[in-house]
Structure formats: structure tokens, C-alpha cells
Design a protein around this ligand. Sequence first.
Ligand SMILES: [Zn+2]
Length: 74
Amino acid sequence: MSDFDPDDDYYDDDEAELVDCPACGAAIYEEAEQCPVCGEYITHSTSPWAGKPGWWVALGMLGIIAMIVAMALS
Ligand SMILES: [Zn+2]
């Protein structure tokens, strides 16, 4: 590896764990929220909703919609 190759920055840091981007396969920092190569957002947990506030918003909206439907049908 060349010390002058900027691409090697991803591989030279011993403190950061590297994972493969699920979208493009690039080696990215495990703690990265977004792939710097393709822009895909990275999830680290087996729980699909962990660290995903959007899920809670969606669940809240579903609850509101359910209430509206329930009121409309009553
Ligand atoms: Zn990627």
C-alpha cells in the first residue's frame, strides 16, 4: 500500500472496523451511517428499526391513519 494513495485511508486505520457496503461492496467504516462511495445508508443492527427514526414516524402515521379509518367507519 502506498502512503500517498488516498484510497488506502480506508484500510490503514487499525481502530476502525471495516464492513462491506451492502449496496456496492466497498470497504467502509462500520460506524459509518452512509457509504461514502455510493451513498447507501448502512444499518448495523439485526433489528430493522434500530437507529431508524423514520420507522417510528411511519408507525405513528399508521396509528393515526388507523384512528381516522376507525372513526370514519364508526
Ligand atoms: Zn456503497
